[in-house]
Every structure is written in C-alpha cells, then in structure tokens.
Ligand binder design. Structure first.
Ligand code: ZN
Length: 445
C-alpha cells in the first residue's frame, strides 16, 4: 500500500465527521501545560493511535527553562454582592485564568477589577489568558457582563493546586525503511479552544493512524506536547534523536474554513519548504506562504540556532491573526468537518511528495530513448492526459543526470509530484531509469 492508495480510499465525509466528534469530546477538558487535563486529552487521543507518554518532573532543568509545578483545578467561581454566580469554571474552562493560584476571599469590585480579563471590542466573548510563570489568579469573562457588575463585595473561590508533579508529553513513531525522520509536532495545552489547537490534535493523530497501515521510506515521529515548555523539554531530553530529523511540520489551526498557510523554516529553502509549497501550488487550494519569524508556535524552538531543524508550520488561520484567536469564539462551530478532512488530505499529499522525492539516473542518456518502441506513450493509462505523461517522462529523462531529485524536476516541469513519480516508475520498469540515492541516507526501492 502506498500513500496514494490511502488518499484514494479516503472517505472524506466520514473522516471529517469523526475528527469533529473527537474534537467535541476533547473540548470541555481543561488543559494546561501540566496537569490531568493534558493526560485526559491523551487518553482520548489514544482512541485513534497509541501514544508513548513521558512525565518530566517539576524542577527538571530543560534547556534554559525549568519544568514548573503541576497545576490542577477542582473548581472556581465568582459570586456577586447578592450571592449570585457571576462566572463559574464549570460553565467554561476559559473563565479561569489558566494557572491561577488557589484563592478564597471577599473583596470589593475595585480590588477585583485587576483580576478580571475581558475584551472591550468583543463584548460577548471570553478571552483566554494564562499566567504560567507569574503567580496570579483571575477570571475571564465577556466584557458585557463585566461592565454590568454592581459595586459591592465579591466572593472569590478558586480551588486549584499548584504542586510538585510533572509535565507530560506524548509521542508516536512509525519506523520506516530509513531512520531519517519526518517530525510532526502539535501543541496540546490549550483548554476549550477548538481551532487552536484541537483541530491539529485530531488531524495529526488521524494522520498517524493512517500511515501506520503502510510501509514508508522515512520514519515518522509525532510529538504532542504543551506549547513552548513541552517542545523545549522534548528537545532537552532527545538531543541524540535530533540528528535523524530531516523534515518536519508544526501542525496547528487546521479546522477553520479559511485558506491554508505555510510558514517556512528559518532557512526558507529547506526540502520541506519546497515540498509543501509545491504540493500547495498543485492542490488547487487558496493558500499563502509566509517567511519564518521567531514568533508563533513551536517552530521557534525547532528552528533555534542550537537545533536548526528544518521544520515549517502548516495551518489554515494564522497565529494571532484571526478574530476568534484565543477567545471563546474559537469553538466547535468555528471548526468544520470538511475543513479537517481537507487538511488531513493535504498532510497525506505532503507525506506522499516526501516519500516520492528521490533521485533517478537516466540509463539511456545518449539522445532521447525511443519511447514508442517500448509502448511508453500509452503506458500510463491512469492519467487523464497522455500528453502530460509523455512530458513527465521526457522531463525525467532530460533531468535525471544525478543532480536533480524528482521534486526538483516536478518544480521545473510545473507538474505535480505524483504524476512525475508514476512516470518515473514506468521508466524504471522499462529499464530507462534507475534509482540513485547516493548520499541521501535513504533506501533505494
Ligand atoms: Zn494558542
């Protein structure tokens, strides 16, 4: 079985529905960078694919950071002067400032105000706020409610624990013919937020489950970790593994209805950059390409000068650039089954292009070999345009002199990788091309 056969057998509607249903199950869980919410999330993701978990104890030094104390929530609410509840954590995980320290007490509105967070320009939405590395407590609520609060004494009850424990991250690995590894990294620390980042959790794990069914040339490795500190902890503990990572993608925000966005690696010219841009260009999908910047998600860690991993970022909506970002409006209605399915297909197409990108050598380089005599003009019956197949073969024969890879040739010819790969296979079967992967570290077919 090949990646192509996975794409062809893909039941888009069913997969979209199932991924959205899993996101709905994950949505109410209060996740954070540590704690039981993250572990419960992994429990649910294990319905899709087995995960290997690592617990990194509080206080462990990870690169320039320390693993913080573990945070868990039993409950939290705020009552107004008349005793009625203003907000309750059990209604929405975003109501509580993530990593709030425990606090119980009565205080007047003026003293409460610095602990309240709302969005003036989006009066009905609850913002998502965190305080991981500074001890604080607080509530997040719609500005409309905040503005209607009467003067008087408020009762605060925040029943959280912040104690020595551990940070959890999870991995899944598919051994390929070569140890050379493609990394997929997904952050999973956000509470009830759907696009950022339940969408990538459900798409990424589904991708892992699909690829488990086939034999691949590359090894594939998934990391599901809390943002920033999780990726840092993984890098700190896996230096020896880093060298084998040759391509990778941070997956995030893959469920909204907007166009795809690819953020390049720091070099901007890595094979993964060229691969994703090529696949997007031939996908027929609206998309944008962005240069690297040191902001955003965990591409920052992987691309840092000490690691220099060639890891780009694939998303639809971009970090911080959609109104619903980090608010209660990034909910289950904001992500769509068809968009999740389309994102999954795109990741499969990227994997397919990586798998098929190999160097070939023309074994009949003197002049143009006679294709007609070999029946090659009609050999590619599956292709809609036989002229395209012939053009692909002529490009391959012309460029396969040991320097160019199949992706290089596909880019130069302006034709999609799967078409080139099928033509190359045909030429190979007729003895006109032979694999040449000297120096790539990959197995020959
Ligand atoms: Zn976020």
């Amino acid at each position: 079985m090949s990646v192509r056969s996975l794409i062809e057998a893909f039941d888009r509607e069913r997969a979209g529905r199932e991924m959205h249903a899993l996101a709905a199950d994950l949505y109410p869980i209060c996740r954070s960078i540590t704690g039981n919410g993250f572990r419960q999330t992994l429990d649910l993701l294990e319905r899709v694919v087995p995960l290997q978990r690592t617990e990194v104890p509080t206080g462990e030094r990870v690169l320039d950071w320390n693993v913080p104390r573990e945070w868990n929530v039993r409950g939290a609410w705020l009552r107004g002067p008349d005793g009625s509840k203003v907000v309750d954590f059990s209604d929405h995980t975003l109501h509580l400032l993530n990593y709030s320290v425990p606090f119980q007490g009565r205080l007047p509105l003026a003293e409460l105000q610095p602990h309240l967070h709302s969005l003036e320009d989006r009066p009905d939405w609850i913002p998502y706020r965190t305080s991981y590395y500074e001890e604080d407590w607080g509530f997040c609520l719609p500005d409309r409610i905040r503005r209607s609060l009467p003067d008087g004494d408020y009762e605060v009850w925040i029943d959280t624990t912040l104690e020595p424990g551990s940070l959890t991250y999870a991995e899944h690995r598919i051994e390929g013919a070569s140890p050379r590894t493609v990394l997929f990294s997904i952050h999973g620390c956000h509470p009830s937020l759907a696009n950022d980042n339940l969408s990538a959790l459900v798409v990424g794990t589904r991708l892992a489950s699909l690829l488990s069914a086939i034999r691949t040339r590359y090894t594939y490795h998934w990391i599901i970790a809390p943002g920033t500190i999780g990726a840092i902890a993984w890098l700190a503990r896996n230096r020896s593994r880093v060298e084998s990572i040759v391509h990778g993608l941070v997956l995030t925000c893959l469920g909204d209805a907007g166009p795809f966005h690819y953020k390049r690696t720091r070099s901007g010219t890595a094979p993964i950059d060229r691969t994703v841009e090529h696949v997007l260009a031939h996908s027929g999908q609206d998309h944008g390409i962005r240069p690297f910047d040191p902001f955003g998600y965990d591409e920052r860690q992987y691309n840092s000068p000490g690691f220099r991993l060639q890891i780009g970022r694939l998303s639809r909506a971009e970090h911080g650039r959609f109104p619903e970002y980090h608010t209660s409006a990034d909910n289950l209605d904001f992500i769509r089954p068809d968009a999740l399915a389309e994102s999954l297909i795109l990741t499969l197409e990227i994997v397919e292009a990586l798998e098929q990108d190999r160097r070939w050598l023309n074994r009949a380089p003197d002049g143009e070999p006679q294709l007609g005599r070999r029946g090659l003009y009609r050999a590619l019956g599956g292709m809609e345009d036989p002229g395209q197949a012939t053009r692909a073969m002529l490009w391959l024969l012309s460029e396969s002199d040991g320097g160019s890879s199949l992706l290089d040739i596909a880019i130069r010819a302006g034709m999609p990788v799967p078409v080139m790969a099928e033509a190359a296979q045909s030429l190979h079967e007729h003895g006109l091309l032979e694999p040449d992967e000297t120096g790539t570290g990959l197995e020959t077919p």
